[in-house]
Write a protein that binds this ligand. Structure first.
Ligand code: SAM
Length: 268
């Protein structure tokens, strides 16, 4: 198992339970191409469990280049935090970006001076391939410290000093939200490092439906509408306390997401 993890991640200390690795492999190794198609019932099962959009699971979306969430850049607010908060700290050694997609935020996180490893995790093998293909072009951080790993967030067994959630919680099926909060608690290295933190970039606070009207139904998505109180409830139930929160200033948001994001930092 250790060897498998090492093969997957280049590190032996990321433990993904073996049963789940099998599930992930069966999920990911199926290339939903024109030649090998999953049966519609298998497809429904993976979508039900892990989510997806437009009737497709995450890997199919990545394979079809249907990635409307991809802003092609790291989050300016994360860069701001790296340069103004995290670079003044020496305790942030291991970082995680769950649902990393193309990995731009992993590049930013690897810019933290004290960082030793950044794991960009995605359940889609195609996303991980894509992120690995982009690694050469990353120019902000310390790319040698970044590993992209294919796996299920809910089955990672490892501790991190800093975790950054962006467009991950809002992408998950609503039924997984409490598990998301519990798993964030499991993953945070709070016993060894009481300063370890979870950073949530809460988005979208509003969105429009296909008729151009504001969507008010929180069950329509992904992305599912989020708000601070919802995230606060999920995390405080697990013992998290708020370090700070503020609406992301316009100059630190992607132009298409101005006034639609709140940054909140949490610790245990
Ligand atoms: C909306 S996309 C956001 C990607 C990236 N954060 C971005 O902003 O470009 C959500 C990502 O989460 C991944 N994902 C969904 N469920 C996951 C899980 N259980 N474990 C790991 N990744 C998951 C999907 O494959 C997808 O790439």
């Amino acid at each position: 198992m250790q060897r498998l993890n090492k093969l997957i991640s280049g590190r032996s200390d990321i433990h993904i339970r073996s049963s789940i690795v099998m599930n992930i492999n069966s999920f990911n190794s199926r290339k939903f191409s024109s030649t090998i198609k999953a049966s519609s019932s298998e497809q429904e099962t993976t979508i039900k469990k892990y989510g997806g959009m437009m009737g497709k699971n995450w890997d199919e979306l990545w394979q079809n280049n249907q990635t409307p969430w991809d802003t092609k850049q790291g989050c300016p607010i994360l860069r701001h935090l790296v340069e103004n908060v995290y670079n003044n700290r020496s305790d942030l050694k291991h970082g995680l970006i769950p649902g990393c997609g193309n990995g731009y935020d992993a590049d930013l996180m690897s810019g933290i001076k004290s960082i030793e490893t950044v794991t960009g995790l995605d359940i889609s093998e195609t996303a991980v391939e894509s992120a690995n293909g982009k690694k050469e072009s990353f120019s902000y951080g310390q790319v040698s410290k970044v590993s992209f790993v294919c796996g299920d967030f809910f089955n990672v067994d490892k501790k991190f000093d800093i975790i950054f959630d962006y467009t991950f919680l809002c992408a998950l099926p609503l039924s997984l939200r409490e598990s998301w909060a519990k798993q964030m608690k499991n993953l945070l290295n709070s016993k060894e490092n009481p300063q370890s933190e979870l950073v949530t970039l809460i988005f979208p606070l509003f969105k429009y439906n296909k008729n151009g009207q504001l969507e008010t139904d929180p069950t329509v998505g992904p992305p599912y509408l989020l708000n601070f109180e919802l995230v606060e409830k999920l995390l405080t139930q697990q013992g998290f306390t708020l370090i700070e929160k503020y609406p992301v200033p316009a100059n630190l948001s992607h132009p298409a997401r101005v006034n639609n994001e709140i940054i909140a930092r949490w610790k245990l």
